[in-house]
Design a protein around this ligand. Structure first.
Ligand code: UDP
Ligand code: MG
Length: 314
């Protein structure tokens, strides 16, 4: 009998935990899958972890760990994958925006021999036009870096034990789960699903947060921005040649006094592009620095096993 692990990162989701346990158990029991639910409390400030503990006392299929502080969704996903004991692993959200009804379809594909089943959003749900355009541009860039079409991809996936082991063996700290499963390869199938509205609480994304996320993920998959610096330098060199010749010609013709505007513009252009290039290089150095420090990417403070063991003792 194979075991399915469901990994659920949760950050300030006190209103959703009980609901998530209920809906997931209902769907998975309904199709007779043996499962475990692994909640990863990402340093929530509300009662999320208490509720996870309560759920795990009631239902032995529910387990959970709690981080010492907020380490982010990615760290929570990877902690969950590490905790998972199943032969296959589904990663989903605590807010039930990824419909649990899709999981049995994923499992069916896995049983047919697919090692990765990607959840693909059939529509992107409600979002502003600018947000949508930004997301498309971002996925085009990352998709090109990974060499796959990543439009409408999501964190909702099923991974076979083999792929989970690959994920667990990755050394890098700054990961982008959504693209890493593409990068890993394996036999891949997709299922489409409709993104549900968030019922309780609100999304944790701000525009600044999204931008940082985008930049980090693009630079974690491609060094194209570095090549861009070279291209920029090349373009400037061409401009220099043209303007250089023009300046020399004018000098010999004898009307070289004018042209102060050109000097100002050139100074600004060169100064600006040097600073941007330094910024890009600096960003990569910062990432090397972060990886080299080799700190753990999350710290587990508590486990529900402690709570259940304690309850059994007393
Ligand atoms: N999440 C997390 N840590 C964070 C932010 C979010 O573990 O720092 C979890 C959150 O509880 C949810 C999932 O990641 O289960 C997706 O977050 P959210 O719903 O805010 O994102 P959205 O669905 O809007 O992309
Ligand atoms: Mg959500």
């Amino acid at each position: 009998m194979s075991l399915l692990s469901v990994v659920i990162p949760s950050y300030n989701e006190e209103k959703n935990i009980t609901l998530a346990v209920h809906r997931l158990s209902e769907v998975l029991c309904g199709v007779g899958i043996t499962y475990e639910l692994i909640f990863v409390d990402d340093g929530s400030c509300d009662r999320t972890y208490e509720l996870i503990c309560e759920a795990s006392k009631k239902d032995p299929a529910v387990r959970g760990v709690s981080f010492s502080r907020n380490f982010g969704n990615e760290a929570a996903i990877f902690a969950g994958l590490r905790e998972a004991k199943g032969d296959a692993c589904v990663v989903t959200d605590c807010d039930m925006q990824f419909p649990p009804e899709v999981i049995p379809q994923m499992v069916a594909l896995w049983e047919q021999g697919y090692e990765v089943v990607e959840g693909k959003k059939s529509s992107r749900g409600k979002e502003s036009a600018s947000h949508g355009a930004f997301a498309r541009l971002f996925y085009r860039l990352v998709g090109r870096a990974v060499g796959m079409d990543m439009q409408s991809s999501s964190d909702f996936k099923l991974l076979d034990r083999r792929v989970v082991d690959v994920m667990n063996s990755l050394q890098e700290k700054d990961t982008f789960f959504r693209a890493l499963s593409f990068w890993a390869g394996f036999r891949t199938a997709t299922v489409e699903f409709e993104v549900a509205e968030r019922i309780n609480g609100k999304s944790k994304w701000s525009i600044g947060g999204l931008l940082k996320y985008a930049i980090n993920n693009i630079t974690s998959f491609t060094t194209a921005p570095l090549r861009l610096v070279t291209v920029l330098g090349g373009m400037l060199l061409v401009c220099t040649l043209v303007l250089g010749i023009q300046t020399l010609v004018r000098f010999f013709v004898g009307d070289a006094v004018e042209g102060f505007t050109t000097v100002i513009l050139l100074l600004l252009l060169i100064g600006g592009s040097i600073m941007v290039s330094l910024g890009i290089i600096g960003h990569y150095i910062a990432r090397i620095y972060d990886e080299v420090k080799n700190r753990p990417r999350y710290i587990v403070a508590h486990r529900t096993e402690e709570v259940t063991a304690h309850a059994a003792d007393s």
